[in-house]
Design a protein around this ligand. Structure first.
Ligand SMILES: [Fe+2]
Ligand SMILES: [Fe+2]
Length: 336
């Protein structure tokens, strides 16, 4: 009995000693991830130099040139006059579309940071440099759509009622979840899921279809010239964002070919709620205002989805060098 007691006391001492050593070692040698974040071993700018031929540097150059427009400089005087001429149904559809865009831009502004953090932690300087313009531009887009609500529609009430169930699935739940998961686990599969949601579905499919709706509603009758000017500029920014997404996903697939099936699954899984966003918007009107036809927009969204999917499929089985060349061609031709 006494022997057993001595044995357990000894064991307890050993365990406590081990624990103390573990704490001391953790303090002296923190984990690899913390080490990477709190110290640098070298700097690219004074060793290899910036890779100016890489897709992110090409995008950075374009962003410095075309992404510096100021939403506050866009003249909305005529837009205010046009707003007054709209029927109640037209006003409702315009408000609906703007409420989808304003919150959508707010969501992408709020949710991009975890991806930038991962790219920075991986030491991909050129990509991070480009991503600084990406976030700046999303903030400007948020600024622009809120300006339209304030100055053109003069609306300061709650517009969340326009956010239908499928819109909420994507923007309130799936997008933040996919992006903020990167803070806990930045594994390539999670980067793929985040970029598919953000770049391919939210930007590549939904935002593109939304611009198409604004132009279809307003261009023919030359309505709201300020808004159309802002959207043209915004569309240029978004084309760079989508090009970066295609580059990121292609790079990840080239590095991890076994993850292709997950990428495809993620794309297909989001297709239904994305298309349903369009259907739910149209279901609010017996006769859609501005002569819009639901089928045209479903087809347009599907075309965007297929275009992006085809781009990614090209990267399947390709090496990194080929991915870089293909993405640079897309960037040069402005055809993300
Ligand atoms: Fe945006
Ligand atoms: Fe964007």
């Amino acid at each position: 009995m006494l022997n057993a007691l001595f044995d357990s006391a000894e064991r307890l001492q050993t365990i406590t000693a081990k624990k103390i050593w573990f704490i001391i070692l953790k303090t002296i040698y923190p984990s690899h991830r913390q080490d990477d974040m709190t110290s640098h071993k070298s700097f690219i700018t004074v060793t290899s130099g910036l890779n100016r031929q890489s897709p992110p540097m090409k995008l950075f150059e374009k962003a410095k040139k075309f992404g510096i427009w100021n939403p506050s400089d866009i003249d909305l005087t005529e837009d205010c006059v046009d707003w007054q001429s709209f029927s109640e149904e037209e006003k409702d559809l315009f408000l609906r579309l703007t409420a989808l865009f304003a919150a959508g831009e707010e969501a992408v502004t709020l949710d991009l940071l975890p991806l930038i953090q991962v790219i920075a932690e991986e030491g991909r300087l050129e990509e991070e440099m480009y991503l600084t313009t990406f976030l700046f531009e999303e903030a400007k887009h948020t600024d622009f759509f809120r300006r339209v609500l304030d100055e053109v529609c003069q609306h300061n009430g709650d517009l969340s009622g326009y956010h239908t169930p499928s819109y909420q699935t994507i923007f309130y739940q799936h997008l933040p979840k996919a992006l903020h998961l990167l803070k806990q686990d930045s594994a390539p599969i999670n980067q793929i899921r985040a970029s598919v949601t953000y770049n391919m579905v939210v930007e590549g499919m939904l935002a593109e279809t939304g611009y198409h709706a604004f132009f279809t509603m307003l261009e023919k009758q030359n309505l709201m010239p300020g808004l159309r000017k802002g959207i043209r500029l915004l569309k240029q920014d978004e084309s760079r964002h989508i090009a970066y997404g295609i580059f990121l996903l292609s790079r990840l697939v080239a590095e991890h070919p076994d993850l292709w099936d997950e990428l495809e699954q993620e794309m297909n899984g989001l297709l239904y709620p994305a298309v349903a966003v369009i259907g739910e918007a149209f279901s609010a009107y017996e006769v859609p205002p501005f002569g819009l036809v639901e089928e045209d927009f479903i087809n347009y969204a599907m075309d965007q989805f297929q275009k992006r999917f085809a781009r990614l499929e090209k990267a399947r089985g390709a090496g990194l060098e080929q991915v870089i060349q293909t993405t640079n061609r897309v960037i040069e031709e402005d055809d993300a």
